[in-house]
Design a binder for this molecule. Structure first.
Ligand SMILES: Nc1ncnc2c1ncn2[C@@H]1O[C@H](COP(=O)(O)OP(=O)(O)OP(=O)(O)O)[C@@H](O)[C@H]1O
Ligand SMILES: [Mg+2]
Length: 361
């Protein structure tokens, strides 16, 4: 994708306290069957104590390597999976404990767009039927009203009305993702959790779909949680970014602040992997590459203390002993690190950051 293709989207300022979605200490643990090595059931900590807020009208990007819990968190946020612990408030209401019956009227307001439109669209249904499905589930109206709404949604996402009767395999990847987006929009949601919505698309198509997301956000005042596995894609769509590692948020900051000066060593390492941009934006200062060594540990066998310490070039003794809490290290910037990187000193890459202690929790 050339970044020239991406529109610069002006976003209205969002009042700081206008929170649409609030997650508090959300956990999702899976109990694994004992295997030959472990006699006891092991617990896989897919999401392990995530707290975040998403303001109405903003886009919160969520990034991290494969397996760090992004999809699981996304599903927790829209309650497509039961939480092990913690709570999620949507539009002022605790949805984490609502019964299925009480959840039903809340569901239309929050939708998920999936990574692989090929896998998530029923191959035996026509595109028009797929988009109509949520309308029928939520009793939108009579057949004529549903047909009108589906035609409108096709138009909104840039699909031709002539294609209403086609099957998913008759569309290109980008068009299939447009069907998925139309289906998500059908119930006029306030929140869309998009789980790697462009990762499966050809690079040349990614910008078009990202622009569609931006246009729809403006048109319908949508709030997005936008999941991606690299920092390249989310930069253009996100107001703020949460960086995840082994089920935890290790850094959360305004997008440009995060790119300008990462505070967590893991963010710094992820940024090192982002190619230079050709869109005229300021280059990422972390040009000295910080290469991640070693494998991501298993979320069923998390390191003690800081989850990142086994791969962190700056880890010290304390990092193995205490789990660093996510702390506001500068206004609007949250970091879970005992020794966060200072704002400027990218010249000190490779040497340990100053041994300052962040303010306590
Ligand atoms: N139903 C399940 N049972 C057991 N483990 C699960 C289940 N679903 C997810 N996991 C595990 O939880 C962890 C987080 O998975 P998740 O799919 O949320 O990661 P992700 O960040 O979305 O990864 P990717 O970038 O590959 O999509 C992984 O270790 C995964 O194997
Ligand atoms: Mg995923």
């Amino acid at each position: 994708m050339t970044t020239h293709d991406l529109k610069a989207v002006e976003k209205p300022a969002v009042p700081r306290d206008d929170v649409l979605l609030r997650a508090t200490d959300v956990t999702k643990h899976y109990t694994l069957r004992p295997d030959g090595f472990a006699r006891h059931r092991r617990v896989l900590r897919a999401v392990d104590g995530v707290s975040l807020e998403v303001r109405a009208g903003e886009t919160l990007g969520v990034v991290g390597e494969s397996g760090c819990g992004k999809s699981t968190l996304g599903r927790c946020l829209v309650r497509l999976t039961e939480l092990t612990g913690g709570r999620v408030e949507f539009d002022g209401r605790d949805i984490s404990t609502l019964s299925a019956r009480r959840l039903r009227p809340v569901r239309p307001g929050m939708q998920l767009v999936f990574q692989d439109p090929h896998a998530s669209l029923n191959p035996r249904r026509r595109a028009g039927e797929i988009v109509a499905e949520p309308l029928l589930i939520h009793r939108y109206g009579n057949a004529a009203a549903v047909r009108r709404r589906v035609a409108e949604l096709f138009d909104v996402v840039g699909l031709a009305a002539a294609h209403l009767d086609r099957y998913p395999h008759e569309f290109s990847g980008g068009q299939r993702q447009r069907i998925g987006i139309a289906r998500a929009l059908a119930t006029a949601p306030k929140l869309i959790v998009a789980d790697e919505p462009v990762s499966a698309l050809d690079v040349s198509i990614q910008a078009q779909v990202l622009n569609l997301f931006a246009d729809l956000q403006d048109e319908f005042a949508l709030t997005y949680v936008f999941i991606a596995h690299d920092l390249g894609v989310v930069r253009h769509v996100s107001d703020r970014i949460a960086v995840m590692y082994l089920g935890e948020i290790v850094e959360l900051a305004e997008t440009e602040a995060l790119y300008g000066a990462p505070s967590h060593p893991y963010t710094q390492a992820l940024l090192s992997a982002v190619p230079d941009l050709d869109d005229g934006s300021a280059p990422t200062p972390a040009r000295e590459r910080v290469v991640l060594t070693g494998e991501v540990p298993s979320p069923a066998d998390k390191p003690t203390g800081c989850p990142f310490r086994t791969r962190c070039p700056y880890a010290r003794e304390r990092c193995a002993l205490e789990r660093p809490p996510l702390t506001e290290t500068a206004p609007g910037r949250w970091t879970a690190c005992h020794y966060p990187l200072a704002a400027e000193p990218l010249s000190v890459l490779g040497t340990p950051p100053p041994a300052t202690t962040p303010p306590g929790p």
